[in-house]
Structures are given as structure tokens and as C-alpha cells.
Ligand binder design. Structure first.
Ligand code: SF4
Length: 219
């Protein structure tokens, strides 16, 4: 399995979930290498390369060593390594709450649908600069069918709403988040996103890790 490289090793660390429906929950973070999109504002561009190869057995032992109740698999795009991900999760206890962060362009495998407790799907809108490759309707439908997916959108303002609405996702599962990688940007961007959430009756999602640690990596 290829893990994103941070400093001299693979990016695995213990922290608090910073986004989405379980924001604030303690979890081990495992960032997988490689992404099939190239968002202009991506804050994890270091994950785009080949990363560091690590054996699933060793990774599982390292994850268990944190004694964490949760695991967040992020990227890059984790589903590009679906087979290795299945192998890793098979080595971990069922009691471990597993969240997977995905851009929603690749449908989950049957095994992952069964095992993953929560999908944090983050489809990318036009301002991310990926063109038509960013929205794959059949993959999004597969996530809706799991019944345990949340759809997080990074928005820059009201102009983004039409593109979100046309996707036909369950409204009670939509979370809007400000586009921000620093505390200053977050402060500035929040009010417009709060307004959008009130207007369209959807959830607001803050960026707790940015509020706590700014743009620091590996926390
Ligand atoms: S999908 Fe995520 S990891 Fe990939 S380029 Fe976009 S923001 Fe970065």
C-alpha cells in the first residue's frame, strides 16, 4: 500500500477529525498516496506522488498501537488503492470505526461497502478546476446507496449552490464547508457559507483542524 510521504516517512498520525459529521472525534489518520484529480486549491498536493510503500501488516500494527476508537483513511484518493485497503481493513478489528474520505469519482467495492462505517464524499465543483472528470454520477449514486455517506462540498459562495442542487443528493446528508487553508481565510469565508446553509437548509461544516492548527501538516 502506498502512503503519502511527509518528511521522511509515511503520513500516519493521531489527531481529531477536523471535518464532517464526526468533527472533533479522536482518530488515527492514514493518508494514502495518489489522486485521480488535481484540484487547484488542494491542500495535500504532497499526496499526489507515489508516496512510501508500506506493508499492510505493519500498518495495521501501527494503527492499533495508537489505541484509537477511530480510523480515518484519507488521501489523495483512497479508492485508487481499493484492493490494498481491503487487505488492511481485514487486519483490523470490526469495532474500529472506519471513515473514508473520497472525492466520489470511484465507486466503493462490495467489501468496502460492508466494512466502512462512514463515507465522507467530497465531490469537487468547477472552481477546483478538474472539468467533467470531477463528477461521476454512477459513483455518487453508489455512495448514496450505502446509506452511510455524507456529501461535503467546499464552497466559495452562493454561486456554487446550483451545481450542488443538480446532483440530486439527499439534502439531509449535505454539508457545506468554507474554502480555506489558513485561520485568516477561514474567518473571512465562514459567514457566506453559514448564510448558504441557512438559506438551503443544509448542514454547516467547519474546518476544525484549520481553526486549531492552521495549515500545519501531520496534525
Ligand atoms: S481530490 Fe482531494 S486530494 Fe485529490 S486533488 Fe482534490 S483536494 Fe487534493
Amino acid at each position: 500500500m502506498n502512503i503519502a510521504q511527509l518528511n521522511t516517512g509515511g503520513e500516519i498520525f493521531y489527531s481529531l477529525q477536523g471535518e464532517g459529521a464526526r468533527a472533533g472525534s479522536p482518530a488515527v489518520f492514514l493518508r494514502l498516496a495518489g489522486c485521480n484529480l488535481h484540484c487547484s486549491w488542494c491542500d495535500t498536493k504532497h499526496s499526489w506522488g507515489r508516496g512510501v510503500a508500506m506493508e499492510e501488516k505493519k500498518l495495521a500494527a501501527q494503527i492499533l498501537g495508537y489505541e484509537s476508537p477511530g480510523l480515518v483513511i484519507t488521501g489523495g484518493e483512497p479508492l485508487m488503492q481499493a484492493a490494498a485497503l481491503e487487505k488492511l481493513l481485514a487486519l483490523l478489528p470490526e469495532t474500529l470505526y472506519v471513515e473514508v474520505e473520497t472525492n466520489g469519482t470511484l465507486a466503493p467495492t462490495d467489501y468496502l461497502k460492508e466494512r466502512v462505517n462512514q463515507w465522507n464524499v467530497s465531490p469537487k465543483l468547477a472552481h477546483a478546476g478538474n472539468g467533467a472528470a470531477a463528477i461521476v454520477p454512477h459513483a455518487l449514486a453508489a455512495f448514496v446507496e450505502t446509506g452511510n455517506a455524507w456529501f461535503k462540498f467546499v464552497v466559495t459562495g452562493e454561486a456554487d449552490w446550483d451545481a450542488i442542487a443538480t446532483l440530486g443528493l439527499p439534502r439531509e446528508r449535505i454539508i457545506l464547508m468554507p474554502c480555506a487553508t489558513t485561520r485568516e481565510q477561514l474567518e473571512t469565508a465562514r459567514p457566506a457559507v453559514v448564510e448558504m446553509c441557512l438559506q438551503h437548509r443544509v448542514r454547516f461544516g467547519d474546518r476544525l483542524h484549520v481553526a486549531l492548527w492552521g495549515d500545519k501538516k501531520g496534525v
